[in-house]
Design a binder for this molecule. Structure first.
Ligand SMILES: Nc1ncnc2c1ncn2[C@@H]1O[C@H](COP(=O)(O)OP(=O)(O)OP(=O)(O)O)[C@@H](O)[C@H]1O
Length: 279
């Protein structure tokens, strides 16, 4: 039995003449312990897909199954690291993380709670800012709180919607490694949604491109046959990495070209002559 399964998913926004089918015939099966990345262009329906898996949205048709059961709503078994770091503005960094930890571990003592919050805030290098409120933090710092909050809940499955996009290369690399450490240590299952092919290859076992919408659907999968732990510096000289990277980029570029040539839109420019500024 697959750990997470999406069966013939279609998702349409709006009704009647306003209806847009964003996702069409999505089929995906993830096994327990796997790390899968979905790579897609902006606006292709990645967040819609994450929200269907998370239970925030319902498919128009088809089924999402988690451990064989239909997903009926959100659950802290599936921890999502969102793109837009939705933190509560009136709570400090520590309180934001603590609230999530309390929900996931309702029986934890005050000391256990505090220890867990400190451990994860430290992991994202924010201990000096633990008593600050979101408005006092940079975008990247807020994104790190969001990572700490999701991972501190100890989710069975980690779902990431472009979680590291707002970060500088160094912080991004460190957090990729922290996420990989947590995933491998406790044998979690992970789904990463990204527009960064290199990030996908570094982190995942398989990469699946999401063809751009409307009617976005999943393309063929690319298996990443590179041993773990992967060394980022050595990766550039790894023939398997180069081959896989080229194949994925060629596939995505091919989609991009097809999308451009399929566009029938013509822009008619107004027939105007420039006015002379000389009196
Ligand atoms: N609630 C909604 N109602 C109507 N249309 C929506 C709604 N949410 C998303 N869409 C449309 O669905 C399409 C896919 O949006 P989605 O946010 O899933 O894409 P995305 O790949 O996550 O984009 P990005 O990479 O820019 O975050 C877009 O054209 C968007 O305008």
């Amino acid at each position: 039995m697959a750990y997470l399964e999406l069966k013939n998913i279609n998702k349409t926004y709006g009704t009647g003449a306003e209806a847009t089918e964003v996702l069409t015939d999505i089929n995906l099966s993830i096994e327990e312990g796997e790390f899968v990345a979905i790579v897609g262009f902006t606006g292709s329906g990645k967040t819609t897909l994450v929200n269907l898996i998370n239970g925030l949205l319902k498919p128009t048709s088809g089924e999402v199954l988690f451990k064989g059961e239909p997903v009926k709503g959100t659950s802290h078994e599936r921890g999502v690291i969102f793109q837009n770091y939705s933190l509560l503005p009136w709570l400090t960094v520590g309180q934001n993380v603590s609230m999530a930890v309390k929900e996931a571990f309702p029986k934890a003592s005050k000391t256990e709670l505090k220890e867990r919050v400190t451990e994860y805030v430290k992991m994202v290098n924010l201990l000096p800012a633990i008593n600050k409120r979101p408005k006092e933090l940079s975008g990247g710092m807020r994104q790190r709180v969001s990572v700490a909050r999701a991972l501190a809940m100890n989710p069975e499955m980690i779902i990431m919607d472009e979680p590291l996009g707002a970060l500088d290369a160094l912080t991004r690399g460190n957090l990729q490694d922290e996420i990989l450490k947590i995933w491998s240590k406790d044998k979690r299952t992970a789904l990463l949604i990204t527009n960064d092919v290199d990030e996908g290859i570094y982190m995942a076992d398989r990469i699946i491109p999401l063809k751009p919408g409307p009617n976005a659907t999943l393309g063929p999968e690319f298996k990443i046959n590179i041993d773990r732990p992967r060394d980022k510096t050595a990766l550039n000289d790894n023939p398997e990495y180069k081959k896989t990277r080229n194949a994925i980029i060629e596939y995505l570029m091919g989609i991009g070209e097809a999308r451009k040539s399929a566009s029938k839109k013509e822009y008619v420019l107004p027939d105007v002559a420039p006015k002379s500024f000389v009196a």
